[in-house]
Structure formats: structure tokens, C-alpha cells
Design a protein around this ligand. Structure first.
Ligand code: HEM
Length: 256
């Protein structure tokens, strides 16, 4: 099979989930700033945007922030999301070494411990952002319904105000770092194509996610009946459809 110069990194479900979650994050951030800073609230009032309207927009964005990913899980290609969860969940010695080397995140691919589908920095970022989304959801619900809560629940409301604000600061810092790496830093920027069009350069992926590419290529070979050993740098095959992929993954696991 012909060697494809690019490799599929994210399918439609993964990209749709990413962009629904991130667009609603920015909507939450902007409406949240208007709710938090009285000067911005006054500015909005001048163009007839009442505090309540902004609050409703904020709550609606929150529903997409949590509900969007759930919808993609329910209606999208769940297999690919399961594969991502597995990739985020499994840690090896290279991940630990990656975290122990502070400069690894900014280094050229060959100067870092070899990564799988996600490097350890991406794993930490995703876990923290997912935990923050749950925290936002719980505290947001409490704040939204605070007028219906009994007086004794006052401590939960005050705690939610504080935690909601802390989460906003922490996630904004994480997302700022994420955008810098995804869109600006020269060694990681080539990955941007994957979150827009789905595919990235195979050469870049081999440098930055060598263990993932090796596994994908082994799956490709399995699906096409070529039983050579997996090694980074082997001749790659093209992408395989999902039925052939599942079959190949099962055979690969059975062989281990
Ligand atoms: C303009 C804004 C953004 C851009 C350009 C962007 C870009 C990207 C890219 C290129 C990837 C794939 C990296 C790879 O190939 O491994 C990615 C993954 C990801 N993005 Fe974004 N993103 C943006 C906003 C956000 C926001 C707002 C969030 C969350 C609130 C977010 C959360 C994630 C997560 C959790 C991943 C998976 C792992 C990782 O790379 O950290 N992104 N993003």
C-alpha cells in the first residue's frame, strides 16, 4: 500500500467535541468577565444587555461546555473517544521522565522522552481541564439555584463562589498555555492541522508521538495482512477503516 505523507490524528467526533467544548469555554470566559467586573457590566448595560441576559448566556454556555462532550459521546464515534480515554489513562516510564524534565514540553521531538498518542503534558492538561469542567458544573449549578437553597446551605454557596473563581483563574492559565503550544510554539504548532482538518504530517507525528505512530502502523499492517514487526521508522501503510481497525487491534492484543 502507498505511503501516506499524513496520518489521521482526530476524527470528526474528536474535533467536534474539542471545538464545542472550547467555543463554550470562551463564551463562558467572556460572559463570566462581564458578570464579575461591575465596570464591564455597566458597559454592557449601555448597549441594553442586562445582567440577567448575560447570566442566562453564561448558564447556556455552561450547558454546552458540559453537555456538548456528552452529546458527542452519545451520538458520535464512541470507539475513538474510548481510545482517547485509554491513551490518557495509561502512563509509562517515558511519561514520568517527560514530567521530570521541565523543558520537555518545549523541546524538539527527538530531545524528549518518546510519547504515545498524547505526551505527559497533554495528559496532565486534559485531566486538569476535565476535573475543572466537573468542578465548574457542580459549583455553577449551586450558584444558579442558590436562591432556592435553604439558609443552612449558605456555606456551600459561599464555597462555590470561591471555587468557581479559582477554577476560572486556573483554567484560563491552562488554556493560555495550551493555545501557545498548539498555535504558536514552532515545534508543536504543526499539530494544529489535526484539530482543524483531522490529519497531521506523518514525519511530525513520528517525531512527537513516535509510539502512537508505531502502533497505528502496526494496526495498519495487521489490517492489510502484513505481519512485519512494529518499529518506529518501518514503512507505513495508509489509514484503515474502523471495522478493520477493531479487528487488527484485537489480533495485536491477542499476540501480546
Ligand atoms: C483557539 C483555541 C484552541 C486551539 C487553537 C486549540 C488547539 C488544539 C490542538 C491543535 C490540539 C491537538 C494537539 C495534538 O495534536 O495532540 C488540541 C487538543 C486539546 N485541546 Fe485545544 N485548542 C484550543 C482551545 C482549547 C480549549 C479552550 C480547551 C479546553 C477548555 C482545549 C482543550 C484541549 C484538550 C483537553 C486537548 C487534548 C490534549 C492536549 O493537547 O492538551 N482546547 N487543541
Amino acid at each position: 500500500m502507498a505511503i501516506a505523507p499524513t496520518i489521521e490524528r482526530f476524527n470528526r467526533t474528536e474535533r467536534g467535541l474539542h471545538w464545542t467544548h472550547s467555543a463554550s469555554f470562551f463564551a463562558l470566559l467572556i460572559t463570566g468577565l462581564f458578570l464579575y467586573f461591575p465596570a464591564l457590566g455597566d458597559l454592557a448595560a449601555k448597549v441594553y444587555l442586562a445582567h440577567l441576559t448575560i447570566l442566562n448566556l453564561h448558564v447556556l454556555s455552561g450547558a454546552f461546555y458540559i453537555g456538548g462532550p456528552l452529546l458527542f459521546w452519545l451520538l458520535g464515534d464512541r470507539g475513538s473517544l474510548r481510545r482517547d480515554l485509554h491513551a490518557l489513562d495509561v502512563w509509562d516510564d517515558d511519561d514520568v521522565r517527560f514530567l521530570a524534565e521541565p523543558g520537555a514540553i518545549l523541546a524538539e521531538g527527538h530531545d524528549r522522552p518518546p510519547a504515545g498518542r498524547f505526551n505527559a503534558g497533554q495528559k496532565v492538561n486534559t485531566i486538569l481541564l476535565a476535573a475543572a469542567a466537573i468542578g465548574f458544573g457542580v459549583t455553577g449549578l449551586i450558584l444558579w439555584q442558590s436562591s432556592h437553597l435553604p439558609a443552612w446551605a449558605g456555606f456551600a454557596v459561599q464555597g462555590s463562589v470561591n471555587l468557581h473563581d479559582i477554577l476560572a483563574v486556573v483554567t484560563t492559565a491552562l488554556v493560555a498555555g495550551h493555545i501557545y503550544l498548539a498555535a504558536l510554539h514552532p515545534t508543536t504548532r504543526p499539530g494544529l492541522a489535526g484539530i482543524f482538518g483531522g490529519r497531521v504530517s506523518r514525519a511530525w507525528a513520528r517525531l512527537h508521538h513516535p509510539k502512537w505512530v508505531a502502533e497505528e502502523e502496526a494496526i495498519g499492517r495487521r489490517a492489510t495482512g502484513d505481519r512485519r514487526q512494529t518499529a518506529v521508522g518501518d514503512h507505513p501503510v495508509g489509514d484503515v477503516d474502523s471495522a478493520a481497525r477493531v479487528d487488527a487491534v484485537e489480533k495485536l492484543r491477542a499476540d501480546r
